[in-house]
Design a protein around this ligand. Structure first.
Ligand code: ACO
Ligand code: ZN
Length: 281
């Protein structure tokens, strides 16, 4: 609790400028001390370097030649692109992204070594460049089968389906790896809501189409969602009964329809045919 208070107590940066947005921050972030005295920070939207004065940013923009995150474009569909940035090859970018993200993440400590992470940065692209919408990070090697460490949709882009897209993307990567995955804990309230929504939709879609019995293991193999997450999701929807020492999924079509309606629909789907990626080795 003490640690939590320390991190949430003093919000050091009140607003940031990023691309065409001015964004109010939510939480403390451990910027180097010389950046802490101003109320506002100016970010280069492409390399994520940050500055204390507008004139510094303007000067920077004249010489910064990046127009997208540094790294490989691994997905493109319409104006939406995903870039994979290796924290080891782009250390400063990884650190800048962590500083930026911490402004909107409460109980995450982001002081790990960026070397150990890959950053998946989602962008909306136009003729001026690729503008970051959000991102998630992923450990190169996770002992705990985490397929996502931190997820963020920048506030101006929130509640438009990008969060669901990022979550779906993280599971598509897990499927390509042939592994099940789960997000690192703890989840924030918004994180939990988004995951619950994603898990519910994916699982109910399958249950609706599937004829006959299906086990949690089979659902996990199909979706790369960890069995525990499937169990808690179906339990919260009251679709699980415990019979003779076994969990049994009871998928009454009427009940499924009711839950599916409540879960809503998201427009942004991941088109797997447009993902060009091989797992990190
Ligand atoms: N109020 C109520 N429900 C919400 C809200 C909100 N403000 N935001 C998201 N939701 C729920 C809704 O159920 C929504 O589905 P719906 O729109 O169909 O009803 C669902 O979450 C997902 O909405 P998206 O638009 O796809 O998600 P968004 O792009 O807003 O991103 C995210 C969600 C990433 C959690 C965002 O809120 C965010 O960046 N929050 C700050 C950082 C954070 O808390 N990250 C998660 C930490 S946990 C971790 O990193 C492992
Ligand atoms: Zn720059």
């Amino acid at each position: 609790l003490r640690e939590h208070e320390e991190f949430t107590k003093v919000k050091n940066i009140a607003t940031i400028e990023l691309g065409r947005y001015e964004i109010e921050t939510w939480y403390f972030s451990p910027f180097p001390p010389e950046y802490n005295d101003g109320l506002k920070l100016y970010f280069c939207e492409f390399c994520l370097n940050f500055m204390k004065r507008k004139e510094q940013l303007q000067r920077h923009m004249r010489k910064c030649d990046l127009k997208h995150p540094p790294g490989d474009e691994i997905y493109r569909s319409g104006t939406l692109s995903m870039f994979e940035v290796d924290g080891k090859k782009n250390k400063v970018y990884g650190q800048n992204l962590c500083y930026l993200a911490k402004l909107f993440l409460d109980h995450k400590t982001l002081y790990y070594d960026v070397d150990l992470f890959l950053f998946y940065v989602l962008c909306e692209c136009d003729d001026r460049g690729c503008h970051m919408v959000g991102y998630f990070s992923k450990e190169k090697h996770s002992e705990e089968s985490y397929n996502l460490a931190c997820i963020l949709t920048l506030p101006p882009y929130q509640r438009k389906g990008y969060g669901k897209f990022l979550i779906a993307f993280s599971y598509e990567l897990s499927k390509k790896e042939g592994k099940v995955g789960t997000p690192e804990r703890p989840l924030s309230d918004l994180g939990l809501l988004s995951y619950r929504g994603y898990w519910t939709r994916v699982l109910l879609d399958i249950l609706k189409k599937h004829k006959g019995n299906i086990s949690i293991k089979e659902l996990s193999d199909m979706t790369a969602i960890k069995a525990e997450d499937i169990l808690t999701t179906l339990q919260s929807l009251e679709l699980i009964q415990y019979r003779k020492g076994q969990h049994v999924i009871c998928a009454d079509p009427k009940v499924l329809d009711r839950h599916l309606k409540a879960a809503g629909r998201g427009g942004l789907e991941v088109d797997v045919s447009k993902l060009i990626w091989t797992p990190y080795k």
